[in-house]
Design a protein around this ligand. Structure first.
Ligand code: NAD
Ligand code: MG
Length: 392
């Protein structure tokens, strides 16, 4: 019986992971589940999966969680420290599916104890790629990608030599606003940006898909995880979201991964790796699909992709600053204080200011460094967004 923990179990990736686990209850022993304010759902999951411990991120939610789990035998805890401690509990397989930089600590603690980390939280690699990968290497931990693109790449690399890879092609759906005229984009609302054509995901990543910040994070994630040069990473818009990404080899061959847009593909692959087991996902009927289309991304619409290249060129803590500024700009967009296209401007202005004031090149070789940069960039981006909101 394998022991497993799920960080962010009440989210979109978390629920999909719970779905797969719950189909084979006899195969797993659940150690820790963590969530946010949705303690009713967290408690329900913890009871159904007989978890050892359920942790909410919020101290004020602890009484409600305790009450909901009374008599269940499930231990309860709250706060960021308790989430970090839950990651220290031995488990054979750990899903990191908290959204945002808050996912970094459980990711790091999991690899520090030599565990197997199924990594959905791309922010861990964007903020602290060298630290996470280095800690994993030093402790003989395994990291399995769960982002659909990176799972696709990982699968297209099986049995191949990294030295034979010429390029990696990341596909992007283009998000909800892909076909909007440029002059309307500035006025796009949160609801508009949430109408993702293909994938059902958490609110934040769905808006990041519309702004292409999600793809920008994924380009950096590709660089950090696969150790490939930025110039070898391409992005192509593929509205159908059926080709999940491709690896191009030096003989000209392109190996693609195709499947239904269902995250249980990537989660299931990481769960059963290195085996490939049956998964409850739709099968593609190619003759009904008929055709697949691809086009180049428009960088005027999507400044995030250009910013990702600048971040990779700057190296060091630029990824941590980029992500924190992006998260802050997204908060402001969600609260209505800045417009859709302002997000990229806030991020760019934050990066410019930090690189001018104190530089971005410091290596992300300790958690403290990363968290300090995260905090600085959040404060700076917040000030810039407030100024912009007042002007707008
Ligand atoms: P979500 O918003 O649906 O769920 C996030 C989870 O994290 C919830 O359980 C929430 O309670 C918890 N959480 C939020 N803030 C927290 C905090 N500060 N501390 C502790 N817990 C917190 O998000 P999601 O769409 O499932 O995405 C999770 C991660 O997976 C993100 O990093 C995202 O980029 C990545 N990802 C998601 C998808 C997808 O299909 N949803 C695909 C690829 C990658
Ligand atoms: Mg993805």
């Amino acid at each position: 019986m394998r022991s497993i923990s799920i960080f962010g179990s009440t989210g979109s990736i978390g629920e999909n992971t719970v779905d797969l686990i719950a189909r084979a209850p006899g195969d797993y022993r659940v150690v820790a589940l963590t969530g946010g304010r949705n303690v009713a759902r967290l408690a329900e999951q913890a009871r159904a999966l007989r978890a050892e411990i359920a942790v909410t991120a919020h101290d004020d939610c602890l009484p409600a969680l305790r009450e909901a789990l009374q008599g269940s035998g499930v231990a309860v805890a709250a706060g960021a420290g308790a989430i970090a401690e839950a990651a220290d509990r031995p488990a054979d397989w750990t899903m990191s599916a908290i959204v945002g930089a808050a996912g970094l600590v459980p990711s790091l603690r999991t690899v520090a104890r030599g565990g197997t980390l199924a990594l959905a939280n791309k922010e861990s690699l964007v903020c602290a790629g060298p630290l996470l990968m280095g800690t994993a290497r030093a402790n003989a931990a395994t990291i399995l990608p769960v982002d659909s693109e990176h799972s696709a790449i990982f699968q297209a690399l099986v049995g191949e030599d990294m030295a034979a890879v010429e390029r990696i092609v990341l596909t992007a759906s283009g998000g909800a606003l892909r076909d909007w005229p440029m002059d309307r984009l500035a006025h796009a609302s949160v609801q508009d940006a949430l109408a993702h054509p293909n994938w059902a995901m958490g609110q934040r990543i769905t808006i990041d898909s519309a702004s292409m910040f999600n793809k920008a994070l994924e380009v950096i994630e590709t660089r950090e995880y696969f150790g490939i040069a930025p110039g070898q990473i391409e992005v192509v818009v593929h509205p159908e979201s059926l080709v999940h990404s491709l690896v191009g080899y030096r003989d000209g061959a392109l190996m693609a991964h195709l499947g239904a847009p269902d995250m249980r593909h990537a989660i299931g692959y990481a769960l059963h790796w290195p085996e490939r087991r049956a998964l409850p996902v739709d099968r593609l009927d190619l003759t009904r699909i008929g055709q697949l289309t691809f086009r180049a991304p428009d960088e005027a619409r999507f400044p995030a992709l250009r910013l990702a290249r600048e971040v990779m060129a700057a190296g060091g803590l630029a990824g941590a600053a980029f992500n924190a500024a992006k998260e802050t700009a997204l908060d402001h967009f969600l609260s209505g204080s800045i417009g859709f296209m302002d997000m990229a401007q806030v991020v760019e202005a934050t990066l410019d200011r930090i690189s001018r004031d104190c530089g971005l090149g410091i290596a992300p070789d300790s958690l403290e460094n990363v968290l300090q940069m995260d905090d600085l960039a959040r404060r700076m981006a917040d000030g810039i967004a407030r100024d912009r909101g007042r002007q707008g």
